[in-house]
Design a protein around this ligand. Structure first.
Ligand SMILES: N[C@@H]1[C@@H](O)[C@H](O)[C@@H](COP(=O)(O)O)O[C@@H]1O
Length: 272
């Protein structure tokens, strides 16, 4: 278990600013090379980040040696299904940023032997040298990847059952019908996510305000999987004003930000 946890909270005016800031952080990791490994997430939260990363790639950021691992996949959707995370990652990440498709990995939710596919996915991450930076969104109930409340904080890639609320939230991608959303998924575990060297969580909008407050200030526990980020040595949480609305320590975060440059040797962490 990591022993030197740090989490920095950064509040920005709106979703575009969150995307620009997060893309800048990922671009630094990519530029540091030589074989960067990024973790990518689905959902609407990271879309602005991908848009900004695509713009940076178009302006010369070399992404040709970047490997990417996605967090999760539905069980039972063929990779060609437009809402499979294979298809979503291909559309929103690989094509937009122009990553090498051969270096982009998504868990296999249609394998005959799902347990073996989960082990193989963990092995592939390890063989790539681990994830340098993992981008995360957060579900309204605090899930990360598809680690629903109740997930073991040390879990690895495995099959999970989606929470009814997550199926309702994701129904918008399946013609509005929660029953059309798969019941099972394959997801990196919370332990897998914590093994990434740096975590970057983005959240925007009022629907995420409770999850953001709990993940950064609430008691650690499986009731809110994102609280596990409190254990990680290098987490950055970037949120907009609406998602920050329920942070009880907001005054302190602003104070820390305003004094970030007082130090003779500025630290990236001023409130974490
Ligand atoms: N598996 C994904 C998560 O990785 C994502 O973070 C979450 C929030 O999605 P959104 O950003 O669209 O609110 O939902 C999905 O269920």
């Amino acid at each position: 278990m990591p022993y030197a946890a740090r989490m920095e909270i950064i509040v920005l005016p709106d979703a575009d600013a969150v995307g620009r800031h997060a893309a800048g952080i990922i671009a630094e990791t990519i530029a540091a090379g030589p074989q960067p490994v990024i973790g990518v997430a689905t959902g609407s939260s990271p879309l602005a980040t991908y848009r900004e990363l695509a713009a940076l790639a178009a302006r010369g950021l070399d992404v040709s040696r970047t490997t990417a691992f996605a967090l999760d996949e539905y069980v039972g959707l063929e990779p060609g299904h437009p809402q499979s995370y294979h298809a979503v990652i291909d559309r929103e990440v690989t094509r937009r940023i122009r990553l090498d498709p051969a270096r982009v990995h998504v868990p296999d939710g249609s394998a005959d032997h799902l347990e073996a596919a989960c082990t193989a996915y963990e092995d592939a991450i390890a063989a790539a040298g681990g994830v340098d930076i993992q981008l995360l969104g957060v579900g309204a109930n605090g899930h990360i990847g598809f680690n629903e409340p109740g997930s073991s904080l040390g879990s690895s890639t495995r099959v999970k059952t989606l929470a009814p609320g997550t199926r309702r939230d994701n129904a918008r991608f399946f013609g509005g019908d929660p029953e059309a959303v798969p019941i099972h998924c394959v997801t990196q575990g919370i332990g897998t996510i914590l093994r990434a060297r740096r975590l970057l969580l983005v959240a925007t909008g009022a629907a995420k305000a409770d999850a953001v407050a709990t993940l950064s200030e609430g008691p650690l526990g499986a009731y809110c999987p994102a609280t596990a980020l409190q254990l990680h040595p290098d987490t950055t949480v970037v949120v907009d004003e609406a998602a920050a609305a329920k942070l009880t320590l907001r005054e302190y975060y602003d104070f820390a930000r305003d004094h970030a440059n007082d130090l003779s040797r500025p630290s990236r962490f001023t409130n974490g």
